[in-house]
Design a protein. Structure first.
Ligand SMILES: Cc1cc2nc3c(=O)[nH]c(=O)nc-3n(C[C@H](O)[C@H](O)[C@H](O)COP(=O)(O)OP(=O)(O)OC[C@H]3O[C@@H](n4cnc5c(N)ncnc54)[C@H](O)[C@@H]3O)c2cc1C
Length: 441
């Protein structure tokens, strides 16, 4: 009797971008290959895509998670998007044309009391921030700035702002100016504008606090060059395209892995029916595998190796080198908040791309009704010109708080905040115009 050798089995845990890319690569590489393998993707949730999730809101197509292709030159995501014609759409989508098509003339920077901040004040701070970040991103090693060892992006930026002020000493700070900015001195205003850029950076990096963002590592992050764009037909079309080559049934949904058990290398033999890895699922079922590709998020990995986690995700526990790597890497929470203006509101006020400059948390001038979780929100803007859907990004503990609040509280806190920037628009535009003239704009 001739024994039929069982094909080795590869199981991929997670059907997000990483898991599906691995599945797509393996499956297409094995087509037509005689000695191939069995493949399976197990996903804990009820849908594919993980942190990529395109949906509809207020009649527009929105991205709940990943939004941008960060640089199109050489990007495999862009290549797929082009191939499947996802770069054009009849339907309105979160195109963010104000952000990246340099239509920034329609953007405004407003301070908490409602006044329009003169671009002549915003621009030097904006270019200072860009300069500091490109410096941090291009340095391969820790640098010594003014004799200080830099450990975090937060401390580097703080020092950069201090040095900027030192360089301007005696040039601009006079009583006349203090009066011109209402409750704000120029320094307070500049610090708060700098804070807007810091807060945007927090949402880019997922760092709740930039003091926790490693300075040396910043230069290791590589982006593709070229335009940063959104995908008109939705990021999810990339996911669907990757998954479309896989035969039906290869992706199993609702299959949360609770333990990855390594039975020992003595069981390792690609041609034997006993396999070296046993996956345990939350419903008590098991699956054997020869190889496992784990693509769960860093947060799931951290929870899975923590002392408190019951039994842990890995049995036996991962070697300490791997554990240390998982523990050392940081991660954070980033959330997007979408709100739709009622038709009435939409007609009453047209919200521009608005950067929001807040007073310090301890300032006597701060608007007491603005909730603390809104105070690090850098901006609010319609998802495309004239859309009634507004978007703001949240990071860190503010993002976590948002998750715990009900819709009514969020809408209330958000409206209170936005109206404190916009309701006095006419009154403060006057001040803004005054400044425009004074600063030669
Ligand atoms: C709000 C937000 C905005 C973002 N914006 C951008 C952007 O503009 N551009 C960009 O490039 N990136 C962006 N990102 C990051 C991007 O979404 C992620 O880097 C990417 O989607 C991660 O893919 P992944 O496959 O590694 O992980 P995930 O998408 O997290 O996939 C992991 C999968 O594993 C599953 N899983 C977890 N545990 C188990 C288990 N025990 N058993 C079985 N399955 C399990 C999860 O359900 C999930 O489906 C953003 C992220 C967020 C949250």
């Amino acid at each position: 009797m001739k024994m039929v050798a069982e094909k080795p089995k590869i199981v991929i845990i997670g059907a997000g971008m990483a898991g599906l890319t691995a599945a797509h690569r393996l499956y297409t590489a094995a087509i037509g290959v005689k000695e191939s393998f069995e493949l399976c993707v197990v996903e804990g949730g009820q849908r594919i895509g993980g942190r990529i999730n395109t949906t509809e809101f207020g009649g527009d197509r929105i991205e709940m998670g990943a939004t941008w292709i960060h640089g199109i030159c050489g990007s495999p995501v862009y290549e797929i998007a082009q191939k499947i014609k996802s770069l054009e759409s009849e339907k309105s989508w979160e195109c963010m044309d104000d952000l990246f098509e340099e239509k920034l003339s329609t953007s405004e920077t407003r301070a908490e009391d409602g006044f329009l901040v003169n671009p002549a004040i915003v621009e030097p701070i904006s270019s200072l921030f860009q300069k500091l970040m490109s410096f941090a991103q291009s340095k391969a090693e820790k640098v010594d700035v003014s004799g200080m060892q830099m450990s975090s992006i937060g401390s580097f930026l703080k020092l950069g702002l201090e040095q900027y002020w030192d360089s301007r000493k005696g040039k601009a700070e006079d009583e006349e100016e203090v009066k011109m900015f209402g409750n704000w001195s120029r320094k307070m205003l500049e610090e708060a504008i700098f804070g807007v850029f810091e807060n945007t950076q927090r949402t880019y990096t997922g760092a709740g606090d930039l003091l926790n963002l490693d300075y040396a590592a910043e230069s290791e992050y590589r982006m593709f060059s070229g335009d940063e764009i959104t995908i008109p037909k939705g990021y999810i079309t990339i996911i669907q395209s990757l998954a479309s080559v896989l035969p039906p049934g290869m992706i199993q949904l609702g299959r949360k892995v609770v333990k990855i058990e390594w039975l020992g290398s003595e069981n390792y033999d690609d041609h034997s029916s006993s396999k070296p890895v046993k996956l345990h699922f939350c419903d008590g079922s098991v699956m054997q595998a020869d190889h496992v590709i784990v693509t769960v998020s860093l947060g799931v990995l951290k929870a899975g190796i923590s002392e408190e986690s019951e039994g842990g995700l890995f049995s036996p526990p991962l070697p300490s080198l791997k554990k240390e790597a998982i523990l050392k890497l940081g991660y954070g929470v980033v959330n997007k908040l979408f709100l739709q203006l009622s038709q009435e509101e939409g007609n009453l006020c047209k919200i521009p791309f608005m950067k929001m400059v807040f007073h310090r948390e301890d300032s006597e001038f701060r608007h007491k009704k603005i909730p603390w979780w809104m105070r690090k929100t850098a901006s609010v803007y319609p998802i495309y010109n004239n859309s009634s859907v507004l978007l703001s990004w949240f990071a860190g503990k503010e993002a976590l708080e948002l998750e715990s609040l009900d819709d009514e509280t969020i809408i209330d806190g958000f409206s209170t905040t936005v109206s404190s920037f916009i309701s006095n628009m006419n009154q403060f535009q006057q001040i803004g115009n005054g400044l425009d003239e004074q600063m030669g704009h």
